[in-house]
Ligand binder design. Sequence first.
Ligand code: PEP
Ligand code: MG
Length: 757
Amino acid sequence: MPLRGALAGPRLLLRRLREVMAEPVNPQARLDKIVVHIASNMVAEVCSVYVLRSDGRLELFATEGLNREAVHLTTMRAGEGLVGLIAESAEPLALADAQSHPAFSYKPETGEEIYHSFLGVPILRGGNTLGVLVVQNRARRTYSEEEIEVLQTTAMLIAEMIASGELQSIVRPGSDIALRRPIALKGSAIAEGVGLGHVILHEPRVVVKHIVAEDLKKEEARLADAISAVRDSIDRLIDRGDQAGPGEHREVLETFRMFAHDQGWLRRLREAVMTGLTAEAAVERVQNDARAKLQRRTDPYMRERLHDLDDLANRLLHQLTGEPFVTANEDLPDNAILVARTMGPAALLDYDRKKLRGLVLEEGGPSSHVAIVARALGIPAVGEIANVTDLVEKGDGIIVDGSTGEVQLRPSGDVEAAYAEKARLRARRQEQYRKLRDAPSVTRDGVQIDLHMNAGLLVDLPHVEEAGAASIGLFRTELQFMVASQFPRMNAQLALYRAVMDAAGERSVTFRTLDIGGDKILPYMQTFEEENPALGWRAIRIGLDRPGLLRSQLRAMLRAGAGRELRIMFPMVAHAAEFDAAKDLVEREIAHLSRHSYDLPRALKLGVMLEVPAILWQLDEILARVDFISVGSNDLIQYLFAADRDNKRVSSRFDALSAPVLRALKVITDKAALTRTPVTLCGEIGGHPLEAMALIGVGYRGLSMTPSSIGPVKAMVMAVHEGELRALMEELLARRDGAASIREELRAYAEAKGVPL
Ligand code: PEP
Ligand code: MG
């Protein structure tokens, strides 16, 4: 622990710098004064500030000690020389003999050859490097830990100056400082559409404005109070979690608790306050280091833990500044684009839909729950953009292209105009699809292809009409469970199913029983560690092992379907006997309801989802039992190729448009035709025109998809000839060339025939 007396120097420096910050002088004069103060306080002959420009070069912005003529002339690449090395590594570097360091590179115009010792620190903000602050001495000397700390603290003030935009006016003409530069990012497309707007941070980071402490004792006390308040709130959350049963959430909270008591972390915070910072600036300062480290970690476990530490620091900052944790709806601009590290589906539903133009996430792949909700709400969304919350500032211009996965941050006028045009074109195309809404979905040779929609939430219901869907071909009942904070009771389920059937009117609704487990986790339900959750305890397996759960859901469905046709299907059936057991539960519920004089559905149709390859060799048994089949191609394909649908490394490795998949899919329609059992396919591929075209060629007459896909798929259907497609598929699937994909052949065919894709 450093002595209080030893810190008098740094505190004095901070106070001086604060005065300089408040002086009404131009930015260059301010920066010039700052370097003089730092040099004199640290007894250094040189102090220089390098600022990172948008072209990736570091430019000398001010110096005391080096040749003044070099200011705004000397530049270097990140990675070049000692300054470039610091910018790249985001770590301090202290050297007694700088010139013997392998990275040393000499800029003659600066006249730095006479200085031997060198101390440089990154200028960090929100984990981003904005520049480098350097002191140099003629004599060979070793800089102490305290001196490094002091320089890091001072760098925070300069970071604020850069972030305020003040320095933009003195950058060399034609270049920008990096902080405000436009950035093009690429993630994964999770909900299509193009949105232009301004950044709103979900759970925003606190921007620390008061950096220098007025009264050290007071700041120490504020820090101690805030830490104990945050600890208490974590304990309370854990206690509450204990009552609801352990869940995934708990692990995160336990990690929070561990960090909140971590002596190393607490000591670093206290030491930062001792150098003269306010409590919030101390948290920011310590966290800046952690964030910079986080960005260089590749080990996913450590990244996750450091993310947790970052969240904890954010809680502490909110506690200290009293700023609200979540952006309130009143603060949303009319064209808000939400940027978040992660987000639960319920949190997204809390925002005012009318004001949201897009969503950008650091985590969250295409099948994450929040992605499902974003698609249901029609909000363009992009996921898996590393570090994006650190790259943006509230209010920044931003464009989200949920069809390509591109995000343009602070776009230039040209880029913005190009995307605005894209958005207009898309709107025009949507208008054309709307015109197709009432047109029959029939191929050129008169074969009817029914286009149904997938749904799962109340917000989906208006789409039934808008999209002109033939029916709701898949209603994912688990979504209600996933957005709730506790198990929805039977009455809540009943109310939702009734509302869905009412909204569907004459159209039928196919309810799928709870499909949880695997990637679909309910935070309030007890989970078990499983090595391979996708192959584990999920869907109908849970339903049959916990019949109480399934029975109350069946009861809600049967009551909602009173007097109407009710269609129920079971997910992940792997064996005909599982269907029998599920059907048995339905019959028991019917008996129960009859006994209590409830009205029953006018007709009941029971089906299975074909998602597990084992069913391909039980089609005879299954077809003899069911009223219909729905092919869940998302799961079926992942199991056929043994490639996790959510694992980016492998999910795009195999093509659905390939012989093994299409042959398997054809076996299903061929067999079902013999018993005249209706077959629909409700996985993602049904909503892509090219894939849907191939599916028609292997016998599919019903496809269920996200509502926005119905227009494009219908346009394709109306342009193809079923007989021709069937012949084409027969020819392609008869080939034995071992090709991994037949996508190009199909695309060429569509192009030749003028089929819109
Ligand atoms: C499927 O597996 O194709 C399917 C429609 O179900 P889910 O995507 O909900 O698993
Ligand atoms: Mg599935």
